[in-house]
Write a protein that binds this ligand. Structure first.
Ligand code: NAD
Length: 291
């Protein structure tokens, strides 16, 4: 596993993803300084207690001195104000500071960069680790979260090769596989593989929960439904932000899903055995991809 040579990493948003990044770097033998900014002071205190960060504050501007890389790990719609503060404070500092992020959507975050800096500076490399869970907060930080998981980087054509290599080295040190994709492709792919499945889980669990306030029927649920409730247990703020930020790609994957659901509804209604078997066969074969 390669190592990360940053002298001073600043993580903004010390939750599950930011905390796990700090923990993974510590586990890799990272020698640099790790500081964190979180507007929730208890996350900073806990991060210090857990030994994943060296110091922190709720005031971003206080933390920028001497930083070599900033990782934004706040919810997607909170990126705007963080990026604006960075742009306001950083041009006094060294040009060498690399900025990256972990947000689940990329186009709206690139828009925030452009609004804050006037362009995407060559030292900005946006990214997204394809790892996580329904948990949140630094208490759930896991130093092994990224091992053998993919991290998608979405560099712009003007990216500085050195900045890109440093962000790659950061993630490789956590045990992740790093790959690159355009911002547009990232948002379309993730709408299908992550955002749509979460939307369906939220919708299914909410539909049943609304019909039975005391959740009596949940007692009769087996593993399948439990898996849906695990996904639906994910952080509401994080997911609200994702659906607002990636609206168009989500709507287009939702259209495809609605068409498929309508076909299946018809097959159930008319007792079309062939159509049901064909659909379930295709779906169950697709499952072998993960074997
Ligand atoms: P989290 O709720 O565990 O952590 C987010 C932290 O950011 C919280 O501690 C919160 O107090 C802090 N915060 C919010 N706004 C802030 C601000 N303006 N300034 C400073 N701190 C602020 O969430 P998470 O699961 O770690 O998600 C963080 C980011 O990672 C999100 O952009 C999310 O889309 C992305 N992501 C999440 C997952 C996942 O499965 N959880 C996976 C990949 C990417």
């Amino acid at each position: 596993r390669s190592s990360c040579q940053e002298s001073h990493l600043l993580i903004v948003g010390l939750g599950l993803i930011g905390g796990s990044l700090a923990a993974a770097l510590r586990r890799s033998g990272f020698k640099g300084h790790i500081s964190a900014c979180d507007f929730n002071a208890s996350e900073i205190a806990l991060g210090i207690d857990l030994g994943v960060i060296d110091h922190g504050s709720s005031q971003l501007a206080e933390l920028l001195d001497g930083v070599s890389m900033v990782v934004l790990a706040v919810p997607v719609l909170a990126m705007e104000s963080v990026m604006a503060t960075l742009a306001g404070s950083l041009h006094r500092a060294s040009e060498n500071v690399v900025i990256t992020d972990v947000g689940s959507t990329k186009a709206t975050i690139r828009d925030c960069v452009v609004r804050a800096f006037g362009e995407v500076p060559p030292s900005v490399v946006l990214g997204h680790p394809i790892a996580g869970s329904e948990k949140s907060g630094v208490a759930a930080a896991d130093s092994t979260l990224y091992i053998n998981h993919k991290v998608i980087l979405t560099p712009e054509p003007n990216v500085d090769a050195g900045a890109l290599a440093r962000v790659e080295a950061l993630w490789r040190a956590t045990g992740a596989d790093v790959l690159q994709m355009s911002v547009e492709r990232h948002d379309q792919v993730l709408a299908r593989t992550s955002h749509l499945p979460h939307l369906l889980a939220f919708s299914l669990v909410d539909t049943l929960a609304r019909q039975d306030e005391r959740l009596e029927i949940f007692r009769y649920a087996a593993g399948g439904f439990r898996d849906f409730t695990r996904i639906a247990g994910s952080d509401p703020v994080m997911w609200r932000d994702i659906f607002i930020a990636n609206r168009d790609a989500v709507l287009s994957s939702l259209d495809d899903f609605e068409a498929g659901l309508a076909r299946l509804r018809k097959a159930v209604e008319s007792g079309d055995s062939d159509a049901l078997i064909a659909t379930f066969d295709r779906a169950s074969h697709a499952r072998h991809y993960f074997d």
